[in-house]
Design a protein around this ligand. Structure first.
Ligand code: CIR
Length: 258
């Protein structure tokens, strides 16, 4: 098992002010959120990740969604030009930690990008064109990565990864009502039924799959895959009320290839 670091950032009382279009955004329960965040960290540890918890950022209600701040590639890390002014100050303190693992790069002026819009696979880098991530970002990435860059329109939600996950070994899990499956035609696909669509955002950490609680049928199906030894279901209801998902709560840093 290679060394994998997972950066997380606990929420602060200002999580209740997070950006959100969720109907229950006004009922975020902070003490519940803190407990859920702890369980999420435990799941990462059980999966074999080295978990590093960063200082909470009092001035940034969305700072627990650390995935959006940087994206880790094999040979560099991209510091994301976040579009939302209230989130822009989140990148700097995560950058300091990530610079110990990878060389940092940025995008040219005019590009905006949230980490949740990049889905990295060995052969293709998918870029969600969303309210947060623009074509300038996708264009700049083309000359930075060895993968082919494919843009995917995201019109019914926040980020590309809200509705699609890469599980490794050419396997994609997706909600076909959220993203069009044709973009992922070079991959094996598991297409979720409408009632399971909230399970589309999950992470594979080593041979463990971490997914949101409440989707036993999906958990069983994924647990039967050769590349997955165990499935851990975590309740992240309070973060979902702030439009967050499983992947948003950590920044996974695999050991740099030799
Ligand atoms: C936001 O709107 O930016 C946060 N409330 C949620 C960010 C979720 N991040 C993600 O899907 N990668």
């Amino acid at each position: 098992m290679g060394n994998l670091t997972a950066l997380i950032r606990p929420p602060t009382p200002r999580l209740v002010e997070a950006l959100s279009s969720h109907p229950d955004r006004n009922s975020i329960n902070l003490s519940k959120a803190l407990k859920q965040h702890k369980k999420y960290a435990e799941a990462l540890e059980q999966a074999g990740a080295r978990v590093q918890s960063l200082t909470p950022l009092e001035d940034h209600p969305d700072a627990c969604f650390i995935e959006d701040t940087l994206v880790i590639f094999d040979d560099f890390a991209l510091a994301c030009p976040l579009k939302e002014p209230s989130r822009q100050g989140e990148v700097e303190s995560a950058e300091k930690i990530v610079s110990g693992h990878r060389v940092l790069k940025t995008l040219p002026k005019g590009a905006t990008l949230d980490g949740g819009d990049l889905l990295l696979t060995p052969k293709i880098l998918f870029v969600g064109l969303s309210r947060r991530t623009n074509r300038e970002a996708a264009k700049a990435l083309k000359s930075m990565v060895p993968q082919r860059v494919v843009t995917v329109p995201v019109e019914n939600g926040l980020h590309l990864k809200s509705g699609v996950s890469y599980l490794g070994e050419d396997l994609i899990l997706l909600d076909p009502t959220y993203v069009e499956s044709k973009y992922f035609k070079d991959f094996w696909q598991i297409q979720l039924e409408p009632e399971d669509r909230r399970a589309a955002n999950c992470i594979r950490v080593n041979r463990t799959l971490i997914m949101t609680k409440g989707f036993a049928k999906v958990a069983k199906r994924l647990g039967a895959k050769d590349l997955i030894d165990q499935v851990i279901q975590v309740d992240i209801s309070e973060f979902e009320k702030a439009d967050g998902g499983i992947s948003c709560l950590s920044l996974l840093i695999p050991e740099a290839p030799a």
